[in-house]
Design a protein around this ligand. Sequence first.
Ligand code: ATP
Ligand code: SF4
Length: 320
Amino acid sequence: MTEPVLQVKNLKVYYYVEAGAVKAVDDVSFDLDFGVKMGLVGESGSGKSTMALALMRMIRPPGKIESGQMILDGMDLVKLSEEKMRQIRLRKLAMIPQGAMNALNPVMRIDRQLVDGMLDHGVVMSKEEREARVGQLLEMVDLAPKVAKMYPHELSGGMQQRVTVAQSISMEPDVIIADEPTSALDVVIQRQVMDTINRLQQRLGLSIILIGHDMGLMAQSVDRLAVMYAGKMMEIGETRAMFRSPLHPYTRLLIESLPVLENKGVFSGIPGITPSLLNPPEGCVFHTRCPKAWDLCREKIPEFAEVQPGRWVACHLHTA
Ligand code: ATP
Ligand code: SF4
């Protein structure tokens, strides 16, 4: 077996607010294998964006990576200096941001924005090489060559998002983190941008972490699914197996709450509210909403364990 491209081990990321520590990512562990696309899903506030920012080492005060490891290519990202981390972003690990419009510079032509990251990393290119690289990147994200000379406001939302995708692959990183890359776009355009990302994944052998709310959309495009709840990882497994037989009660409820037709749509209708991450419930964080909870669940934190090959779950029903 090959080593995973990325290993996250017992990661904790807290935000220190006046009332105490918000445990946004609390003891999360997972592996990402080479060439695999993993979807990270969970209700709002479950810690998905914090996880993404932590991987990029972009957590800012009052947030802090408390402890744990994030091992990429043999290096623990948690321990790297700011300078070393700057060199690694884009080269080894890149992020496709949520809102393309905010991510692009409004007064800079697209060609310049596409090569800026490379120049920042000290890549030396002649004018011809730069133009060729811009043309290649635009072609890879299905944009016409003329886009090179345009400004962001001349592009549609979908085209802008394609530009951010092109930026993210400009240094051919191993891992791409995409935080709801298509959530601001309409459904048809979302599909098209996702198709482009999928094709790039094949072409470049990328490993991808795709963050999203839409479990239906996820199910159609990711190999593996990781489910977070209240800062903790609940279940990870192969997508089809998770849909066929969810092991964690929360995963089951998420799947059952999708509209039946095509299992497509956003989460709705899980009874109860998500707990405060300042004072999460004792024992299993899901016990306040879990239809299967019993005494043990209120007392003991379930271990996140591999219960079948490649299938991980944190629930006493499967690990007690
Ligand atoms: P969404 O889907 O709404 O983006 P999410 O799953 O990505 O949610 P996060 O944004 O990571 O969740 O938030 C996790 C928790 O951390 C939430 O309780 C949130 O209120 C808290 N949080 C996030 N950023 C900060 C911050 N800068 N300061 C304090 N608390 C924060
Ligand atoms: Fe439900 Fe208990 Fe499993 Fe938590 S550990 S998900 S409360 S059955």
